[in-house]
Write a protein that binds this ligand. Sequence first.
Ligand SMILES: *Cc1c(COP(=O)(O)O)cnc(C)c1O
Length: 422
Amino acid sequence: MSLTKRDQKHLWHPLTQHKMTPEHLGIVKANGVYLQDEEGKKYIDAISSWYTAVYGHCHPYMVQKVTAQVQTLDQIVFAGFTHPAAVNMSEKLMEILPDNQQKIFFSDNGSTTVDIALKMSLQYHFNQGKKKLKIVAFKNAFHGDTFGAMSVSGLDVYNGPFSDVVLSVDRIAVPTDENCHQVLADFKKLLATNQVACFVFEPLVQGANCMHMHQAKHLDALIALAQKYDTVCIADEVMTGFGKTGTYFASDQLENKPDIMCLSKALTGGMIPMGLTTCTQKIYDAFYANEIAKGFFHGHTYSANPIACAAVIASVDLLKSEEIQTGIKRIQKGHQAFLKSIKPYTKVKKARTLGVILAIDLDVAIDRYGKDRNAIFNHFMSKGIFLRPLGNTLYVVPPYVIKQKELAFIYDEIKEYIHLIS
Ligand SMILES: *Cc1c(COP(=O)(O)O)cnc(C)c1O
């Protein structure tokens, strides 16, 4: 029996209406940019498996580092103990994080990094005897699926059944050249209450919101204002981190650095789950006291799992390497040229790129989930390309090791598809 059939007996897939999408393709192997299914057919992973496997799948250097760790120390309680992989990882990360980030707190996925950031912000004020309980987030944000992260997310598809029980959150629009003054004014009104504990945002690109992009200067203005009111600024770099926007982090393109950063996804190059919430010395110092209760009483069993730490170390080494930096630049150039080349296409409503992220809004009405969306997915799979369209938005975030001819193949097939629907 095929994996696809056996799968249906016991497994429940994420973001899936099983009655309408009962079948899931079995992937048995991955190497570099290629995924391989049960029948041996290969697919280019054009979205780096949800922006995780950015160094390509099973990168030999990642495999080597992780294997060595597996054979040395697998797991240890991080409350009360420390270990070389965690310490080495912290030193390694400091080489690439913005200078103001000084402390690292562990969890094991992107959503929890955001939950932790929210709790850290609230307790930061609480510990100083201040009553700041409001949370501000962007409209149409996505920060994950646990309760805290879901609360600050603003995409209704995910929150519908829970909208009456989530945390209350104030929203401001994502700034543009047109609305930036209004957004600043709206934000100032909220901040002036002196009750805003934190402002959480996806810097420069809202991934799940169809790769909606905004300019650094507009976000900079919002951060500057928030920091004037001692409102904690949380950059959710779960998607944008580790080279996606062309720099190590999207925050590198900001003048005003966030107080807290959330990292996951490409953090381990897709090899092992891991989440990090990093913060400034100032945030940490608000927890440092002679009272036990002022400490941060949050902890996950797999905090600082040594194998995951080893994957992070390998990931940072690769990110800094010439091989990977050259790859990022090649993809950037490719995306920019491709954007120019599709300008004349009438079925392209809007297209944009930043770093290795390319997004194309097609001029067709398609729901985020459903038959039409699945048809596009299936079309590209039949061509040997794994893409996950977000409604009418096609996006590409290829592994940095992708070759020019593989990139060209993706571009050609996207053009081919646009012709098909024209
Ligand atoms: C994916 C994502 C998350 C959630 O991460 P999970 O590991 O899926 O929980 C949070 N924020 C952003 C910006 C993301 O892209």
